[in-house]
Design a protein around this ligand. Structure first.
Ligand SMILES: *Cc1c(COP(=O)(O)O)cnc(C)c1O
Length: 225
């Protein structure tokens, strides 16, 4: 009951245009089903094995989003069913996704992950790296990935100004890429930013997709990424 209530409360407090990704990592299937039965359809996981087993046992009309760092050698396993890969963080990874998607005649939607935080450990492109990739001939040859927007994580801090500035930076990157590379691509429209602690700020700064775990399902037993 509590999960359904949490989702209802969150949804009533956010604009309708903002998509809610329920981050179910580490949580049991019964929790996911409770969210599902309350109408939630988008779920996010950050480990390939967990995503595979949950996908195989839960309803078919769930949209599974891969939100974590994805290793090239595991891409093949999720390409057949994944709805959106949030963490496309290198050209090499995009090439592998493209190759695997091509093999099964699918187009896979991806977000370019940007490094916006002050922390050392976060994955992602810098704006310079992304532009270099987008300008390259090799990038233009990708046929089976669809770049739907950008994703980023703010610094883990209680300093609201820092977080807001980082989200603003990601929004700026989105606008720039949209204008220079994706102006004619209607599908380039997503800005995935905002987690349980900072999603309100993210929405104020233009988020179109928030990824909430603990606020929906309660705190996780162990800390993952
Ligand atoms: C775990 C995780 C989230 C959700 O975190 P909460 O703080 O529990 O909302 C969002 N995005 C990514 C990439 C994550 O790994």
């Amino acid at each position: 009951m509590e999960i359904a209530t949490n989702i209802r409360r969150i949804k009533s407090g956010i604009p309708e245009r903002v998509k809610l990704v329920a981050v179910s990592k580490t949580k049991p299937e019964k929790d996911i089903l409770e969210a599902y039965n309350s109408g939630q359809r988008i779920f996010g996981e950050n480990k390939v094995q967990e995503l595979l087993s949950k996908h195989s046992r839960l309803p078919d009309d769930i949209e599974w989003h891969m939100i974590g760092h994805l290793q090239s050698n595991k891409v093949r396993l999720i390409v057949p069913f994944v709805s959106l890969i949030h963490g496309a963080d290198s050209f090499k990874l995009l090439q592998v996704i493209d190759k695997e998607a091509f093999k099964i005649e699918k187009t896979v939607s991806c977000l370019l992950q940007f490094y916006i935080a002050q922390e050392e450990t976060k994955f992602g492109f810098s704006i310079g790296e992304a532009i270099e990739m987008l300008d390259s001939e090799e990038f233009k040859q990708l046929s089976n990935v669809r770049i739907c927007g950008v994703m980023g994580m703010a610094t883990f801090t209680s300093d609201e100004t820092t977080v807001r500035n980082e989200f603003r930076k990601l929004k700026g990157i989105f606008e720039r890429l949209k204008a220079d590379y994706f102006a004619d691509k209607g599908h380039f429209c997503e800005i995935s930013m905002g987690m349980s602690d900072d999603y309100r700020i993210a929405i104020e700064e233009g988020s179109t997709m928030i990824r909430l775990g603990s606020l929906i399902f309660g705190s996780r037993n162990y800390k993952q990424n």
